[in-house]
Design a protein around this ligand. Structure first.
Ligand SMILES: Cc1cc2nc3c(=O)[nH]c(=O)nc-3n(C[C@H](O)[C@H](O)[C@H](O)COP(=O)(O)OP(=O)(O)OC[C@H]3O[C@@H](n4cnc5c(N)ncnc54)[C@H](O)[C@@H]3O)c2cc1C
Length: 567
């Protein structure tokens, strides 16, 4: 299947819909997984399943990747996931890395923030890249998966019926209606999810009053890539403006209008142009030629389904939850959904785990929603105070922030960060360490020396469970070694990585030795020689022990392969 081609700025080649060969209106090929929606989350889920050899069919109503003003800020954690999906290089080549930003009150700068970054990191804390590029790179990655990801462009899901062993879907493509059977349906059909509405499910949570106009403009500004936020600037008195640089000389300008303003009027191109010119004059770019590319409106909400599994249907991305754009947790959390669900559904489909494993998708991703929503709500309320009292407090904080840097932290946008599943049922009873990731946390980054030179700890996660064994001299206790070899030879994909203080790096399919010559990883992981970390395929720690014997390790590995009990 040929990928849609981008044939110029903001112009996409249509991808012709092709109905399949049918027998009495039924696609004769039953699918293990059908995915409704080929947005970034549906495509990421298809690629995550393909990593485990699971084929899927993606039904996408449109005939192109998206256009318009959608996601632009992609986090380090999402880049790690994109690496697992085989799409990292394209994102790094196109995206604009950035480290922090500035917040202004009136015309004065009150905060210059930086996101966590240090010499141990392989990836930038954030890149800016348009969502249509993200989708295009995922489509390109899908094209190299040897038929494991079939994208049916121009194909709308129009109905479905749940059965004991799967779902019968109704699809429409180029005026042809047909049925398709699948064992599982992933609902990745976005904020207006047809699947969600058809099941009569509703998102629950908080909606916000603030009204925002989002405009993307072409502007050859040389200003660096950082997030700029203004409170009460001369260009938008009493209100807010955000600005972000994107590749290809595009800029996102996002400004709030009064609650009682007429949104249709505010969105008229002449009114938007007048605002943009006023703001560009204010920031010193007013002399540059610029033009509007897209105008849209936005209202924030932090809402979720109460469960992401409904029989044989699993929800992910915007179909499952809505997140305010402030703090950029929408698509970033959708990628985490796909990364989390991919290996769990694959484990069920391969017969390594029973369906109860899928309950942990709910546990973990609903927990992530709550954590994300708490931060996003704080940021949203600071951007658009929900009450007069809140507005007065914000004004006081902003005014004091000119002289008191600590108070300026209130205006820190609290960008998305990695979620720890502290209470996941997948976490194994573990030892207390003096440092390092607790069970449920994602692997912290650190350079190590692998067979091909410098590599990083996060490169060690993949479509397998892994055990990291820290060792002074590459020696392993013979009984532990035997238990590990037993698992390496088993059917559950499993890998041992010895992190040695010295030695010669090597790797084969099931075992690797990497070198931590300056004990950096040992320090970050609080790991003396003999310490063991058990790592899930999505790079989260499942357990850790200062020492582990063979029976203890066997018990933990048996427990993670079986479906865990729900807490
Ligand atoms: C202005 C703006 C800025 C944003 N900025 C950021 C940001 O910087 N960082 C971030 O992380 N997030 C951001 N987001 C959020 C991000 O865009 C969404 O979270 C993301 O698009 C969700 O992806 P998705 O695949 O779940 O849904 P969608 O992108 O909505 O994709 C759903 C797909 O399903 C298809 N579909 C729908 N119904 C059917 C059907 N019946 N049959 C077949 N196909 C169907 C649609 O055509 C679409 O392609 C932003 C959003 C907006 C609006």
């Amino acid at each position: 299947m040929q990928a849609p081609q981008r044939i110029g700025p903001f112009v996409y080649e249509e991808h012709a819909p092709r109905p399949p060969a049918l027998i009495h209106g039924l696609d004769p090929q039953r699918r293990r997984v059908a995915i409704a929606g080929g947005g970034p989350v549906g495509l990421a889920a298809a690629l995550a399943l393909a990593n485990w050899g699971i084929a899927s069919v993606v039904l996408e109503a449109d005939t192109t990747v998206c256009d318009g003003s959608r996601a632009i800020c992609i986090s380090r954690r999402s880049l790690e996931i994109l690496q697992r999906l085989g799409a990292l290089e394209a994102h790094l080549a196109k995206g604009l890395p950035w480290l922090g930003g500035r917040t202004f009150h009136g015309a004065g700068e009150i905060l210059h923030f930086t996101m966590p970054d240090d010499a141990n990191q392989k990836l930038p804390p954030m890149i800016n890249i348009q969502q249509y590029w993200i989708e295009q790179f995922l489509v390109d990655a899908a094209a190299s998966r040897h038929g494991l990801v079939e994208i049916r462009w121009g194909t709308e899901l129009t109905g479905f019926e749940q059965r004991d062993d799967g779902v019968r879907l109704q699809a429409r493509c180029a005026q042809t209606d047909y049925a398709i059977d699948a064992d599982w349906l992933l609902a990745c059909d976005g904020g207006q999810s047809f699947v969600r509405r058809t099941l009569g499910l509703k998102l629950e949570g908080t909606g916000f009053d603030g009204k925002y106009v989002i405009v993307d403009i072409e502007l050859p500004s040389r200003y660096p890539t950082e997030r700029r936020a203004w409170f009460d600037p001369p260009s938008n008195p009493g209100s807010t403006v955000l600005m972000h640089k994107q590749p290809d000389d595009l800029w996102r300008v996002d400004y709030q209008i009064p609650d009682d303003a007429d949104l249709d009027e505010a969105m008229k191109p002449a009114n938007v142009a007048a605002f943009v010119q006023r703001h560009l004059d204010f920031v010193g770019d007013g002399e540059l030629p610029w033009k509007i590319v897209w105008i849209s409106a936005y209202r924030a909400g932090a809402m979720t389904l109460s469960s992401y599994r409904h029989g044989r249907i699993l929800f992910a991305g915007n179909a499952a939850h809505a997140m305010p754009i402030f703090g950029v947790r929408g698509l970033n959390s959708g990628f985490d959904d796909a990364d989390n669900l991919g290996w769990k559904l694959a484990a069920v489909l391969h017969g390594w785990s029973d369906e109860r494993l899928l309950a942990t998708y709910d546990d973990e991703r609903l927990h992530a929603f709550r954590m994300n929503a708490a931060s996003a709500i704080q940021s949203t309320e600071f951007m658009a105070p929900p009450s007069r009292g809140f507005a007065l407090m914000r004004e006081a904080a902003l005014t004091l922030a000119h002289r008191h840097p600590d108070i300026a932290q209130f205006a820190n946008p609290r960008q998305t960060s990695v979620i720890t599943y502290e209470r996941s049922p997948l976490n194994r009873p573990s030892d207390a360490f003096h440092a390092g990731p607790v069970p449920g946390a994602a692997l912290p980054e650190c350079p190590i020396r692998g067979p091909e030179g410098i590599a990083h700890v996060t490169d060690l996660a993949g479509p397998y469970w892994s055990v990291l064994v820290f060792s002074a001299d590459a020696w392993l206790d013979p009984r532990l070694d035997a238990a590990l070899r037993e698992r390496e030879a088993g059917s559950l994909p499993f890998r041992t990585v010895v992190i040695a203080a010295r030695g010669r790096p090597w790797a084969d399919e099931r075992r690797a030795l990497v070198v931590d010559g300056q004990a950096r990883a040992a320090g970050i992981y609080g790991a003396d020689s003999g310490a063991v970390y058990l790592v899930r395929p999505d790079g989260h720690v499942a357990g850790r022990w200062l020492r582990q014997d063979a029976p203890g390790l066997r018990a933990s590995l048996d427990a993670i392969a079986a479906a865990p009990a729900r807490t």
